[in-house]
Design a protein around this ligand. Sequence first.
Ligand code: ARG
Ligand code: ZN
Length: 879
Amino acid sequence: HVIHRHDYQAPTYWIATVDLTLDLDPAKTLVTSKLAVKRNANQPHGPLVLHGEELTPLRVMIDGEPVSFRQDGNELTIDAPDRDFELVIRNTCCPEKNTALSGLYTSGGGFFTQCEAEGFRRITYFLDRPDVMAVYTVTLRADKTKYPVLLSNGNLLEQGDLDGGKHFAKWHDPFPKPSYLFAVVAADLVAREQRIRTRSGKDHLLQVFVRRGDLDKTEHAMNSLIASIVWDEARFGLPLDLERFMIVGVSDFNMGAMENKGLNIFNTSALLASPATATDADFQRIEAIVAHEYFHNWTGNRVTCRDWFQLSLKEGLTVFRDREFSMDMAGSPSARAVQRIQQVRALRAVQFPEDAGSMAHPVRPDSYVEINNFYTATVYEKGAEVVGLYQTLLGREGFAKGLKLYFERHDGQAVTCDDFAQAMADANPGSQLASQLDLFKRWYSQPGTPRVTARGQYDAESHRYTLRLSQHNGKGELPQLIPVRMGLLGPEGQALPLQWEGELASHGSETVLLLEQTEQAFHFVNVLVEPTPSLLRGFSAPVLLDDGLSDAQLLNLLQHDSDAFNRWEASQRLALNRILGAVRAGQPLVLDAAYLDAMRAVLRHPQLDAAFKAEALRLPEAAYLAEQLQVVDPQAIHTAVEAAWTQIAQALRADWEWAFEAHQVSGGYRPSAEDAGRRALANLALSLLVRASTLSGEPVWPGKAYQRVKDADNMTERFGALAALVSAHAPLADAALAHFHAQFAHDALVIDKWFMLQARAPERDGKVFERVKKLLQHPDFTLKNPNRARSLLVQFCNFNPGAFHRADAGGYVLWADQVAHLDAINPQAASRLARAMDRWATLAEPFRGAAKVALQRLAERSTLSNDVREIVTKALEVA
Ligand code: ARG
Ligand code: ZN
């Protein structure tokens, strides 16, 4: 059943208030829901059709009188009167059987909820759509010893004891909200608490609830929350609007976290951190996700989505906000650039393939079968890029003005992406956005990554430089508005002043060109030397750029560009050209001295930060390399990338030794950008030293790495050393893995890392594949916990192409089997795994044929969920 954006209709009834009572029992929870139903006079009268899934209805009453109802699949139909009325529904649900983790479920002996997108209908019958906003009062009743903590959204009104060892709590959330923001927790938890007073002079209670043993891992999350609150008030004038703000951690959770009003629920992997158990990357991710969920309080909760096609309205905007926050927290310009580099690396590795594959969809999709399949990199990350385009076009101040108007107009409403764009334009009359709003909005409606081609022509005689830009969009797609931030460099790397034809004044050394047609030429005058163009600085638009630059020009940019992002980009392009050259020619990769010298110069550079060096020396992701090819042989890419690493390891051996020693961090562990950068570079050095040593049979560096696995005083260094051994297939790898496992056997999040590392190791003679098959039988492995299932299966199938794509189709057979098993337990998790085949149609033979067989085999199963069915069907439609 396909749902289309254009079919949106306001509901026949609204729901003004919800009075919900839950008698919590794992086997049978009794739900009593009292609703103030209002007729929507703008729609013709008709029956009240409520959503409900996996529920048992007990009775339905209108204004105190029992009425009949029909249950048909996932709908409950009531012949309701043509007026306002009170509706009371009693039903039961079964939290302990809810392995899909959507709705009300049990985890670790407690009760938790996940209602976005359509989980509330698995708790009680409701108009489970985001435009129906109600004020909730919630009473929870449960056994007091097993569930001492009873939480819901808003403020605690009352609590007390009941007969039979039970107790109750009554919560009230004054803000009207859609059902997807409803949440309940009943569990044996403890809280880290902090009272704060915000700028406005209001006092707030902040709480982070976790299992007893985890309290010492909540300090970073609490600090991140406080920083987020301060930042949102300072940067956008958006204050915390609640007396109490709670975060709860749960080990079984399908996503990172959820922004339920006043009661955010987090996957423990996105919440818990200590230096001993979490890496720098974990610390960074936790800060970003805590901020993300907090920022949703305004962008998502105060102003929400009219329908799920508008998902990027809140997700793209909130990712943009958490990125801005993370960059401000990172501090220095170089640390900001590193953040941007990491965003773009992820965008290219995940969103670009998505946008070119079977699940390609616009930032604002036009149709879906299962909305959970659209919590994608396109909606989130490309959506954030699109929000970034507003800021590029309007400037920081103009953007802030637009956001202010958006809240003035829409606070308390459920709105659309068009409403957001309109507020941005109206707040900035006279801007290029306002004059070209329809053109701009193609970013929301057209799928695919625009391809931009740039060619420069220098006339030494007239000192004119002409830059021709053209864009190629998908079949039948129109040109988009593409801001190209740029500058020109002279042969010595000096920034050249930019001067336009017909204008006398120089415009500094950087500008933003607006590409709005299929082809445009930009004329610069008084260019005294042949320039090297530095285009798309800071990755000013999410496009694929072909600038045709020579090695010499790329080296110039790598050494001298004032834009750190483009310096990094030059490093990536130098590597990409070489790797793709070898793959296309079917020849072994041989890295030339010019490239290796350039990399050595980066590594030894006296001014560049360690974090930047680590990014510049890292090779492009296999998934991004694959996107540059018409026909993809994953084994050829894998072989070339491995050869590149080995040559970089061997040719720069002495430099890596220096780098490792020179970037040790002394003193206690701090997750600061600076220390993290040093550790990142030292870890990269160690991994290449272990690689080179393992190949030549030298024991020193593998021995050092093994010692680190045992002795390191923080997880970043310990895990870096373990990764070095495992990815080099060093003889000590097995012993190190065993040691690590024994040491952290009781910490599920660390054991997840242990699985992940083995699932993502670079393939060598089929060893990684064999190991993954063995790990499926490991006593610690289970499909029931999404983190664990992801650590092994998604990491292997979706992110380890060199191991997954096998000429004997073994990876595909494993994939099809595991998708089917997982689907019976948790369709959302299975559906994510199913996405491993998005790009099967571009594979070379024999991979392509084998992938198709696996897809067909899966599609033939009669029991697939809607979630997986949609992914598999779309994959098979490609060819
Ligand atoms: N809104 C949540 C977040 O971005 C994610 C919820 C995802 N839910 C889902 N069913 N896929 O922060
Ligand atoms: Zn979000």
